[in-house]
Write a protein that binds this ligand. Structure first.
Ligand SMILES: [Zn+2]
Length: 216
């Protein structure tokens, strides 16, 4: 993406809802994440002799998120601006005890993929926001009469959601033509690189040139 000159990433993903008012077929634009992954996912471009600590208190681009939300609303799509996305490891879905624990923590939606995307986009100084399409209520809401979360249920709802997500992307692209974004995403590494350029290993420096080149 960085090599192609991409400046903004709109991630589209399926998620489960942990809140009753975030209904299946609604779209959530999350503004926070909690990481519950536990396997070794590569979530940074840094390492190998170059240390970088980007600020991540606000993990998504606020300006892009607002554009997505407003575009969806103007199209009559049920949207929610803000919400905390818990990134579970998967690939299995939650146990009921986990689902209930996440609700007690105040989490809003649950899925498996966004955490790494958001972290890497920030390090690459690319704006990032998500259209998290609610496909189901996770298992906290279910009982014997409702049944359990199944891949069939999720895929069927996701297909319905895809049409809405495409409409939002088309609408946002039109609005972006007059875009003068003043978010901080494109300078996220300004004060984040800790290693003195003089001691950076040449191989790592070369590998990271695309994202740190303008600062060293
Ligand atoms: Zn941004």
């Amino acid at each position: 993406m960085k090599k192609l000159g991409v400046e903004k990433i709109i991630s589209i993903s399926a998620c489960g809802s942990l809140k009753k008012h975030m209904k299946p077929l609604d779209i959530v634009v999350p503004d926070q994440y909690v990481d519950r992954t536990n396997q070794a996912r590569r979530m940074t471009f840094f390492g190998d002799g170059i240390v970088g600590h980007v600020a991540f208190a606000q993990p998504v681009c606020g300006a892009l998120s607002k554009e997505l939300y407003e575009t969806g609303r103007s199209l009559g799509i049920p949207m929610h601006l803000g919400g905390t996305y818990i990134n579970m490891e998967g690939p299995q879905f939650s146990t009921k005890a986990e689902s209930e624990m996440y609700r007690l923590w105040g989490m809003d939606i649950i899925a498996m993929s966004n955490m790494a995307e958001a972290k890497l986009a920030r390090e690459a100084e690319i704006c990032f926001a998500t259209l998290a399409c609610v496909t189901d209520y996770d298992c906290w809401y279910l009982n014997e009469s409702v049944g359990s979360v199944s891949v069939d249920l999720i895929i069927n709802n996701l297909k319905k959601n895809i049409g809405n997500a495409k409409k939002i992307v088309r609408g946002v692209l039109k609005r972006m033509k007059e875009d003068h974004c003043h978010c901080g995403c494109h300078s996220a590494l300004k004060d984040a690189i800790m290693t003195d350029p003089k001691v950076m290993p040449p191989a790592t420096k070369k590998k990271l040139k695309l994202i740190i080149g303008k600062y060293i």
